[in-house]
Design a binder for this molecule. Sequence first.
Ligand SMILES: C[S@@+](CC[C@H](N)C(=O)[O-])C[C@H]1O[C@@H](n2cnc3c(N)ncnc32)[C@H](O)[C@@H]1O
Length: 409
Amino acid sequence: MGSCLRDGVISAADETMVHLCSGLSPRLFAKLVRQLRAEGADPALKGRPWGLGFAERVLLVTAYWRTNLTMRQLAVLFGTSKSAADRIIDDLGPKLALRPRKRFAPETVLIVDGTLVPAEELPLLHQPPGRQWMFRWEQSCALQRGQSLPPVADWSSRVRMARMPSDHENAAGLVDQTPTADYDGFAEAFAAENESSLLNAYYARPAILDLAGDVAGRRILDVGCGAGPIFEELRDRGAIVTGVDPSIKMLELARRRLGEDAALQQADLNDPLPFPDDAFDDVVACLVLHYLEDWTAPLAELRRVLVSGGRLIVAVHHPFVYKLSYPDRNYFSTHEYGLECDFSGQSVLLSQWHRPLQAVTGAFIEAGFRIAVVSEPPPAPGAHEKFPDDVKTPDSAFLCFLFLVLEAP
Ligand SMILES: C[S@@+](CC[C@H](N)C(=O)[O-])C[C@H]1O[C@@H](n2cnc3c(N)ncnc32)[C@H](O)[C@@H]1O
């Protein structure tokens, strides 16, 4: 692919690069450029204030929105300076009517070993049905950085590139989803994925159950219970379980799995919980808290419903994975981002809240909890046999979620 670069930089005359950077056919890209010109997006200015032709500037903007390339990488690839790339994106971005970048999903890694490569050409890739391109994040880390970094499992086990727009879609088709935390729209697809996926069935779930230990006779609240897989396992181990979730569809699936007698209620962690004080011995919050902007009131509620000495058992996105995945983003601030996931073939842009490690631990401490366990476990036995591409050896481990046990005083 490196040979496609003329004079070492990307040119809008290069049809392969046009397609790669914009997702559009050369014909459609040319039409977009013409249209933008007609709308006055390329005003005649003295000199060459941008140092790049108009078509290249448009291409740089689309590449910025389509890929995870940083401004610095784009500047090198287009043969311009970072500050010029910055100004170009500021100037042309709004004219292309693209949403602010913070709302855009993380996309595929296009730089591998320093070479711009379309994801579909990598032998490591899965080519799923349709026109989706996928890239295995663990392998991307290995390719880019050698073995010096710990492998990182992507949160959806894959980082997905934005769907390639077809010829009848326009550039706006690159960013046409708003991040959501409402599972109603993809409940079935998520539940099916969750049932047997590496990250749920062979990682998060067994790790939570390990941390819970012997739960016979314990009253446990499963918050964000989804379709109830953890509820079911805890109940099988003799716990008296109650599940809550804001998603009616997830609760319907949980009801189907757990039966009419199961204690299931609709509840959102942003609101007060419908339970009296000291109602539970344990609370399980598996992959739920990262949907919440502010943990203060939810943690106070969880503390309230726990007995003294009770445990809050948590799995959240490991904040280091965010930093490893998006080195250019601000690790230290708490902020929302879109996480593009593939659930059983359904593409979903999840709204997630990143918070640095100090904010994660600080929130629990401020809520009055004592941190009893911090865990970065390996996947469960059998993961290697089931997912040999992701879990290379029986004792492979990766960073993905952070597990904690918090004790209520
Ligand atoms: C990734 S799923 C995890 C499901 C289950 N805990 C598991 O590990 O299999 C996230 C769940 O959190 C729920 N959720 C999202 N926002 C929530 C909120 N504000 N309060 C409680 N649950 C929430 C979703 O509806 C979804 O069922």
